[in-house]
Design a protein around this ligand. Structure first.
Ligand code: HAM
Length: 420
């Protein structure tokens, strides 16, 4: 016998019960984001590798070790998108969106790919719900974006999620801080792990994100980025904090929060959930004023976030409205010589009148079909026999009430709607 094939490691199948929850979550995202003036953008899953190398940064984990990169048949290096900020900016430039009124508000929902070690909440194909506000210098736009994010999470039933907030300042502030941090770590470099020693040369800010307890201990006395901020960066950050307070949005300052992508400037944030156990973030985002220019476009500031949809749904509160199951369709069964075509025909009639219905396709006893209908969770079963068909009637059985009536076919839809 041929061996059974399995899905690729780190990918998942979402079966109807679960996919229904996903669709409900996505519907809430579309509604809330649309209410804030955001329009959907769909960019390809495949991009030139160079987009991420230049956009996300060569020394980041994403570009260094996590990308699904391959050569196509003509030898072009392509990559399955590991994130969508760089693709959205690429599209913005390519499609000339700067000629439209600014700022532009764009959102996206879809799969992304990173070659990471799979575990709960971490997959190789994962999904993001993201939003980008392009052409606004902030900080008010950042506050509006966070308000939208918090409203969305609230509508899903999330409570008490705290936004962890930091600033990575402008280019000059970061350059100054990089040197300060290097000077602090250089004397203790022997106590750093291999990764961090390498980062000391390439990207010292990333060391702040270390998960190693020994390194975290070392870093507890490290100088803080907020103390290296230029006056303009400080003003930007104070503005953002003031706006969040004005809008009643709770946040916690997290001076060591640095993001894993190189394009950030000014305000950055993450949201973590205790429900996930690990300290993995459900949401990550921040401002990226230099990215558009770096990718060869106009010098436009921007800010945004991406929610990890897999994690969002894994931690979804029990009481979330997105968990509500839609009512199962009415089950239509025919018996005798008229089966199964009479059932097919009547189910079509019901659907035409706005009642969801499934037809029993025959091949089993009425008893078995009834049992299956009951198990499907439906409330109503419509039964058709030879006599009923001849008389233009059908029997409506209400499984919840435990009774049944025979009535004209043309009254069925109205009766079901009335009773549901
Ligand atoms: P990120 O922090 O790399 O940011 O990813 C955002 C979110 O995607 C994470 O917080 C996490 O929930 C989810 N995520 C990432 N990797 C995985 C994985 N392997 N499995 C499951 N979930 C994952 C970005 O991607 C930026 N583009 C966000 C952004 C938009 N910044 C500005 N605009």
């Amino acid at each position: 016998m041929a061996g059974r094939l399995r899905g690729v490691k780190g990918t998942r199948d979402l079966l109807p019960e679960e996919a229904g929850v996903w669709a409900a979550v996505e519907a809430v995202a579309r509604r809330v984001f649309t209410d804030y003036g955001y329009g959907e953008i769909r960019t390809p899953l495949l991009e030139d590798t160079e987009l991420f190398v230049r956009g996300v940064g060569e020394t980041t984990d994403i570009v260094g070790k996590e990308m699904y990169t391959f050569d196509d048949k003509k030898g072009r290096s392509l990559t399955l998108r590991p994130e969508s900020t760089a693709p959205v900016v690429r599209s913005f430039i390519q499609q000339g969106l700067e000629s439209r009124p600014l700022p532009q508000r764009l959102f996206y929902i879809g799969p992304h790919f990173r070659y990471e070690r799979p575990q709960k909440g971490r997959y190789r194909q994962f999904h993001q719900i993201g939003a980008e506000l392009i052409g606004d210098p902030g900080p008010w736009g950042d506050a509006e974006l966070l308000a939208m994010l918090v409203r969305f999470l609230g509508e899903l039933g999330y409570e008490e999620l705290v936004v962890l907030l930091n600033t990575v300042g402008d280019d000059a502030s970061r350059a100054a801080y990089r040197e300060t941090l290097r000077a602090f770590l250089e004397p203790v470099r022997d106590r750093l792990g291999e990764d961090s020693r390498r980062r000391l040369e390439t990207n010292p800010l990333r060391i702040l994100d270390s998960k190693s307890p020994a390194e975290r201990e070392l870093l507890s006395d490290a100088p803080r980025l907020v103390d290296s901020l230029s006056p303009a960066s400080r003003e930007h950050f104070d503005g953002l904090r003031g706006a969040l307070e004005r809008l009643g949005l709770a946040y916690r300052l997290e001076p060591r929060l640095v993001r894993g992508l190189d394009y950030y400037s000014h305000g950055v944030f993450e949201i973590v959930s205790e429900a996930l156990g690990a300290q993995d973030a459900i949401v990550g985002g921040g401002r990226y004023d230099g990215l558009m220019r770096q990718l060869g476009g106009p010098d436009l500031p921007a800010t945004g976030f991406a929610i990890g949809e897999d994690r969002l749904i894994e931690a979804l509160p029990e009481a979330s409205p997105c968990r509500a199951r839609p009512a199962a369709p009415v089950a239509v069964l025919a018996a005798g010589a008229v089966a199964p075509l009479a059932a097919l025909e009547l189910a079509e009639l019901l659907r035409g009148a706005g009642v969801a219905a499934t037809a029993d396709l025959g091949g089993r006893s009425v008893r078995a079909a009834l049992k299956r209908a009951d198990r499907s969770g439906t409330r109503f079963v419509v039964l058709l026999g030879d006599d009923e068909l001849a008389a233009g009637q059908a029997t409506l059985r209400d499984l919840a009430a435990g009774d049944q009536t025979t009535l004209g076919r043309d009254q069925l839809a109205a009766r079901i709607k009335e009773a549901s």
